[in-house]
Design a protein around this ligand. Sequence first.
Ligand code: SF4
Length: 283
Amino acid sequence: MTRSSGNPTDRAADPPAGRAGSARPRRVSAGETVLGRKRRARRMARVLEQTHPDAHCELRHDGPLQLAVATILSAQCTDKRVNEVTPELFARYPTAADYARADRAELEQLIKPTGFFRNKTDSLIRLGQALVERHDGRVPGRLAELTALPGIGRKTANVILGNAFGVPGITVDTHFQRLVRRWAWTAETDPVKIEFAVADLIEKRDWTMLSHRVIFHGRRVCHARTPACGACTLAPLCPAYGTGPTEAAAAARLLKGPRAAELAAAAGVDPGLVPAAAAADAR
Ligand code: SF4
């Protein structure tokens, strides 16, 4: 494949999905214009769409109440651990009224593996009570009503809106914050300001899936300490290329998740360089 010109504003040069292992990408210009940044962000979003076709909400749920509960439990906890706890929890507490009148000790015991279980129990009981008192036991589908509920911040509200109501929402979790700053989409540090900055770059209809894809990329490729730059499809468009190893074999060893070999191949790296252990869960 012919390499892109490296000009981040040159749409015609858009790589289908990076070739990090075959050539050293050019860094994004320090003088990038607002329009240039928007075009680059949208190109990166398209590459992410190709790179992570399996991106989805990893918290298992059926309906907005289960998603609200799972999202509250996911604070300071992996989605995998939450998914281990929720089947029994959801069977025992199928409605908001069940949480409202829950036996605190029993609920604490059920959710204990997710950590901070006393605070989370308090949030779940108060959430159940508020839903019964204000919304007939149903989870509302509007941001203002959601964020007025106990235990539901803006991030959780956007997760619920995007995944349970089909209303586009940007989920600014730690992965999302780290990656969009690394990509120079924004220099903001406040999650709400980051959300608004990204909302200005990306079309609204793409917000929910973009959130999942960015989080997948953060879990599987662009790790906090040592990102897999040499095996990353975004390398030609990323100003932080080189933060992690750029050599293919070293980078391939850093890929994580069940599609690690496919991620390597998409970046032009020999999938045989990916260790079998990479398939272990990516957080
Ligand atoms: S920092 Fe490295 S791994 Fe992360 S997106 Fe940029 S090139 Fe990819």
